[in-house]
Ligand binder design. Structure first.
Ligand SMILES: NC(=O)c1ccc[n+]([C@@H]2O[C@H](COP(=O)([O-])OP(=O)(O)OC[C@H]3O[C@@H](n4cnc5c(N)ncnc54)[C@H](OP(=O)(O)O)[C@@H]3O)[C@@H](O)[C@H]2O)c1
Length: 330
């Protein structure tokens, strides 16, 4: 018999755009489990810079996607881990007690004690990987991996420059790049130089001491993990057939993305993890967690904070100084 479920839970919600203080704890009903879904008791949920930007409606045009007058999604939180506590009758491959991660994308709802997610959007957390740390393994990795593997064709001997090497995407990219055999150069500020080196960068550029025009090159792949530069500014850093990849919309990269696959010469591309299918994300989460279980990908956790301190967590994310993932723990 499955344990009886509580009727209400603590969640963090907001009903208007604004500063971090619009986030507040509330008592909400525990979600119902629809067909194909499981209910998770949340172990940890990442606080991303995208969530902070959505909360602030920054840039304002983002409201077209998130709700014109008010946010449509009232409980943020997309990348999370937890234990299965309830399973819809038609779900056959998950059981109560299973440890899983999920990246629910726009469905969100993870800043809460419980969340209902599609069983098909979950990946099992292997033995030996901490359930809280598992979120940090997948948060940045889910973006870094397809950028490097699919768009950058990163492999043995590829010269890879990671701009923003200490952030959640960047710290994953440095590690995954090094694991794929690339020669990785990281760019970060003074406080994070040692971290970038420990993660596998053979050279680290302190961006507070060296300006972009002086950064070393050429590189086969430049991954601008924080959108700090642009194709134009990085052009000089690229090898003759090199590609500039960015996580942040840049008009030049947008226009060039369709040409990147076919073209030769210096190219640019942009991609969005949120647009990827669940099956592709689940396959990548399995892969990333396997790397973590083998000790080849280490979770980088800036800090763990109680769920109720979500507003303070957003304030910290907005400093743009975090390393790896910031995790809320209910
Ligand atoms: N396209 C997609 O699918 C996708 C997916 C995920 C995230 N994103 C976007 O990617 C960006 C990065 O996400 P994230 O989670 O990795 O961010 P993050 O963890 O918040 O990045 C924080 C890091 O950025 C570095 N940084 C800040 N300003 C910088 C600058 N001017 N130049 C170089 N580094 C700088 C800081 O390190 P230092 O001070 O040491 O440099 C800090 O450690 C966000 O804008 C996010 O919205 C896009």
């Amino acid at each position: 018999m499955e344990p009886s479920r509580p009727r209400t839970m603590t969640a963090v919600t907001y009903d208007r755009y604004g500063p971090p203080e619009v986030l507040h704890p509330a008592e909400l009903p525990v979600p119902e489990v629809a067909p194909g879904h499981v209910l998770l008791e949340v172990a940890a949920v990442a606080v991303s810079s995208a969530e902070a930007a959505m909360r602030a409606a920054d840039p304002p045009v983002a409201r077209l996607a998130t709700g014109l007058r008010r946010p449509r999604v009232r409980v943020p939180g997309s990348e999370l881990s937890g234990r299965v506590v309830e399973v819809a009758p038609d779900v056959t491959d998950l059981r109560v007690g299973d440890r899983v991660v999920t990246a629910t994308g726009v469905r969100a709802g993870g800043y809460a004690e419980y969340v209902a997610v599609p069983a098909a959007a979950t990946a099992p957390v292997p033995d030996g990987v901490d359930l809280v740390d598992a979120v940090a393994v997948v948060e940045g990795g889910l973006t870094a991996l397809p950028f490097l593997r699919d768009h950058g064709a990163v492999g043995e001997g590829i010269r890879l420059l990671v701009i923003g090497a200490a952030g959640s995407v960047g710290s994953s990219a440095v590690q995954l790049g090094a694991d794929l055999g690339a020669v990785v150069t990281g760019v970060c500020s003074t406080d994070h130089v040692d971290l970038a080196r420990t993660l596998g960068a053979v050279e680290v550029v302190d961006r507070t001491l060296v300006a972009l025009p002086e950064w070393p090159g050429p590189h086969d792949v430049v991954l601008d993990a924080v959108g700090a530069a642009s194709f134009r500014r990085c052009r000089r850093l690229l090898a003759a057939d090199g590609i500039y990849l960015t996580t942040v919309p840049d008009v030049d990269a947008l226009v060039r993305t369709p040409l990147a696959r076919r073209g030769h010469g210096k190219r640019a591309a942009l991609a969005f993890t949120g647009l990827r299918r669940d099956e592709a994300k689940v396959a990548d989460m399995r892969h990333l967690l396997q790397l973590a279980a083998e000790g080849r990908l280490r979770p980088v956790v800036d800090r763990r904070m109680p769920l109720r301190e979500a507003a303070a967590a957003h304030r910290h994310v907005e400093t743009r100084r975090k390393t790896g993932s910031l995790l809320l723990v209910p």
